[in-house]
Design a protein. Structure first.
Length: 322
């Protein structure tokens, strides 16, 4: 009996130690990945600037979200928008003489808040349902699978447009709706991993020792699917930002005067010409388009780079290739 117990304990050791070894190797890989670190730093900087928009715009720029520069309007012989540098506005103003840089920072606050809140909701719901479906199986797996099949066949963007007629499109409401409709990808990935993990020896050992299903899922299975959840979070954030921007661009999203990158892009081409010379306003005031567009492209690029770096770090095969 003594010999068999020793063999059982020694055979279980590699399984308990392996997750820690993988995580430490992944962390070392991330710390040496300069592209991922740079992208993470830029994303962190954008997040701090946008979420602290009141502090940045109010103290550094001396502008608020909806401040109209009436003094500048009275001084200039031509109507707004005003180009960069006029009246102390670093990147010009919009068509109502509001500071464009301040509006873009506040717009980022809306877009990133929607992205982060949506990702949190989608990951919590998707990971929870995916773990329950994969671990419990049976009617739970069938029910979750049916829900996933229904949501997959519903076009998210067009459903959001329909819901905009009955729901006030604030940041929390948009985040909740997108999050509750976009958890399917997370649930599928987590369910697939749980199906392979629930028969591992360390899970069987915990079950034999009397651990409840909840304890097994939280303590023994959840740590092994965290890497997958981290990768999915990046795609959820990007998808939510693009969805919100598309809705706001079509004026089905955040209601003006609250800015988002989407409705700033729409505002940049809303007025097509001026009565004086017929020149396209979009051509004359290209900064109205470039500033929110560049902000969105930089943010999404950083999110994709960070997500790709995390994926590579937790995949031993990709680490070896690099």
């Amino acid at each position: 009996m003594r010999d068999s117990s020793e063999v059982r304990v020694s055979s279980a050791l590699p399984f308990t130690a392996r997750p820690n070894l993988i995580k430490s190797a992944a962390l070392r890989h991330l710390l040496t990945d300069k592209v991922t670190l740079l992208a993470f730093f830029v994303l962190l900087l954008v997040t701090v600037l946008t979420l602290g928009a009141d502090l940045v715009a109010g103290n550094l720029l001396g502008q608020q979200r909806d401040t109209i520069d009436l003094v500048l309007v009275g001084q200039q012989p031509f109507p707004p928008p005003f180009p960069a540098g006029v009246g102390g506005h670093i990147l010009g103003t919009d068509e109502l003489a509001r500071d464009m840089l301040a509006r873009t920072i506040y717009a980022g606050q809306v877009s990133l808040s929607v992205g982060y809140l949506t990702a949190l909701i989608a990951v919590v719901v998707g990971a929870g349902l995916g773990m329950l479906a994969g671990y419990l199986g049976g009617w739970v797996d069938t029910l979750v699978g049916a829900l996933m099949q229904i949501l997959v066949n519903i076009p998210l963007f067009f459903l959001m447009i329909i819901l905009s007629f009955v729901v006030i499109m604030t940041v929390p409401n948009i985040s909740l709706l997108i999050g509750l409709l976009s958890w399917v990808g997370t649930a599928r990935l987590v369910r697939g991993q749980v199906l392979g993990l629930k028969y591992r020896e360390y899970v069987d050992a915990a079950r034999v020792m009397g651990a409840s299903n909840l304890r097994i899922m939280v303590k023994h299975i959840l740590p092994n699917v965290l890497s997958t959840m981290l990768v999915v979070v990046g795609f959820d954030i990007s998808g939510a930002i693009l969805t919100e921007a598309g809705l706001s661009y079509l004026q089905f999203g955040v209601v003006l005067p609250v800015p988002s990158w989407g409705n700033l892009l729409a505002g940049s081409i809303r007025a097509t010409s001026t009565p004086s010379d017929g020149t396209l306003l979009f051509e004359r005031n290209i900064w109205l388009f470039l500033l929110p567009a560049a902000s969105m492209v930089i943010t999404l690029t950083c999110i994709y780079l960070v997500t790709g770096g995390i994926r590579d770090a937790f995949d031993p095969r990709l680490r070896r290739e690099k």
